[in-house]
Write a protein that binds this ligand. Sequence first.
Ligand code: ADE
Length: 225
Amino acid sequence: MRFDIISCQPDLLESPFSHSILKRAQNKGLVEVHIHDLRKFAINKHGQIDDYAFGGGAGMVMMIEPIDKCISGLQAELSYDAIIYMTPDGQTLNQKIANQFSLLQNVIILCGHYKGVDERVRQKFITHEISIGDYVLSGGELGAAVLADAIIRIVPGVLNDESSALTDSFQDGLLAPPVYTRPADYKGLQVPEVLLSGDTPKVEQWRFEQAITRTRERRPDLLNE
Ligand code: ADE
């Protein structure tokens, strides 16, 4: 899977893709991440990519021309399955959306800034608009990193233990059950007996019950009860 991320603050995106699972996914050749500096497509030698809003009001608006040049240049080389705009007024990201995106081949993510992009960018280029939650970030970069992380970790072959992504919270519509590791007794704090029993069906049953209990307590909205 290939990501082309367009940003006017590309430095912000370097770190998330240079560590841990996201780095390994790229090293394994399963994922490519290309970060594009929007200022390289500025309309003048001052690096201008934004301007005042028509009609007045505070805040700058990202211009269509640099974005058009950048996206059209990418599309001249490759066909894209989705062009995603990160914006607080987009569809709120969830596991189902991440699962759907993980099936795509080539994806562009456009990071917004300031007051956002000229509406005509959305009309002409954008196929999906995604928010990572009901709060406003200072730019789309952190949102893009969150979205790409949620997608990349479920791309087949990325996680060493293939079953691990399947047991994540939300993957089966439930929150994940509690987990424990050694020691079995830490200063009197005990691991539930069933997990030490070696009885796999019993362990699975316990985990399922715990997942239901936890979901009912913390996120009853996820259960159709
Ligand atoms: N840009 C600013 N706020 C955002 C949010 N909540 N989600 C995605 N992109 C954003």
